[in-house]
Design a protein around this ligand. Structure first.
Ligand SMILES: Nc1ncnc2c1ncn2[C@@H]1O[C@H](COP(=O)(O)OP(=O)(O)O)[C@@H](O)[C@H]1O
Ligand SMILES: [Mg+2]
Length: 264
């Protein structure tokens, strides 16, 4: 129905043959299938931790659809993405999260920051929050730029041991309660839970990964890294000063309008 041009990957709002409306992410886009693998793993984990994420779906694209597409960039993407792609439930009327206009509490901010630290999400900054507000609640989207270690598996163990710099995180200014989030969420990240999330990755997005003996071996690598990281990441989250142009407070009338009350 329409391309989404805010970010870099050019997802599309599509209608599927179940008449549902989805945001579709294409295997033929920039970083390709690893972005979609990250969406699957993070989407399933976030949901299991009680965070709100749109429901995911496997979507089949007939590349013939590309022939009728007038925009050459979109046409190339459709033609390169025949077959299995990723869909997520479209949240109609959702607003992009604005930290100056919508507030969240320390507990929820802590849970989101802790989750982002676990998966090494570099795409939840105040410049580019990748959070939506829908029916007055926070929804997490866009987990394509996470688990950077899966782009270079031989270095994964070292990369996964690194700290998480949350100074530019869009929820850093809400006083995230990392200790509470860590105590609540870390025990939930079990080998079984991670294996369930990894089992949802389609085989074809894991095939031919160099250094691995088939899709299940790659799934185990995702599980091992995240399991190790979950145990200690809560102690390695840095909430320093923001890098630049710290946004100021939104005017009172904006905050009242969006939150129904005057707030932070
Ligand atoms: N499930 C959704 N419901 C409603 N809007 C969405 C949804 N997913 C993404 N969007 C909108 O599309 C934009 C781009 O999607 P995103 O997943 O962030 O991809 P990218 O940043 O790689 O282009 C988002 O910033 C948001 O405005
Ligand atoms: Mg985005």
């Amino acid at each position: 129905m329409t391309p989404l041009r805010e970010g870099g990957s050019l997802p599309g709002i599509v209608e599927a043959d179940d008449l549902g409306t989805y945001v579709m992410k294409f295997t033929g886009a920039g970083q390709g299938r690893k972005t979609l693998v990250a969406e699957v793993v993070c989407g399933q984990l976030a949901r299991a931790l009680g965070l709100r994420v749109p429901e995911l779906a496997r979507m089949w694209l007939d590349p013939v659809i590309g022939r009728g597409e007038p925009d050459p960039e979109v046409q190339a993407l459709l033609k390169a993405s025949g077959g299995l792609n990723l869909g997520m439930d479209f949240l109609p009327g959702a607003l992009g999260f604005d930290p100056l206009a919508f507030e969240t509490d320390a507990a929820e901010a802590g849970r989101v920051v802790w989750f982002d630290a676990l998966v090494g999400n570099v795409d939840r900054s105040w410049r580019n929050p990748n959070l939506l507000v829908w029916h007055g609640e926070l929804w997490l989207i866009d987990h394509g730029a996470t688990m950077i270690w899966h782009h270079n598996w031989p270095t994964a163990e070292a990369a996964a041991a690194k700290a998480y710099d949350a100074s530019d995180h869009v929820l850093a200014s809400f006083g995230p309660d990392i200790a509470a989030a860590s105590a609540e969420l870390a025990p939930k990240i079990t080998r079984e839970l991670l294996a369930e999330a990894a089992a949802d990755i389609p085989d074809e997005w894991l095939a031919d990964e160099p250094g691995f003996d088939g899709p299940d071996a790659v799934r185990r690598a995702y599980v091992d890294v995240l399991l190790a990281r979950a145990a200690t990441i809560g102690d390695r989250i840095a909430l320093g000063e923001r890098s630049a142009e710290k946004p100021s407070q939104a005017p009172e009338w904006v905050r009242v309008r969006l939150n129904g009350k005057a707030g932070k």
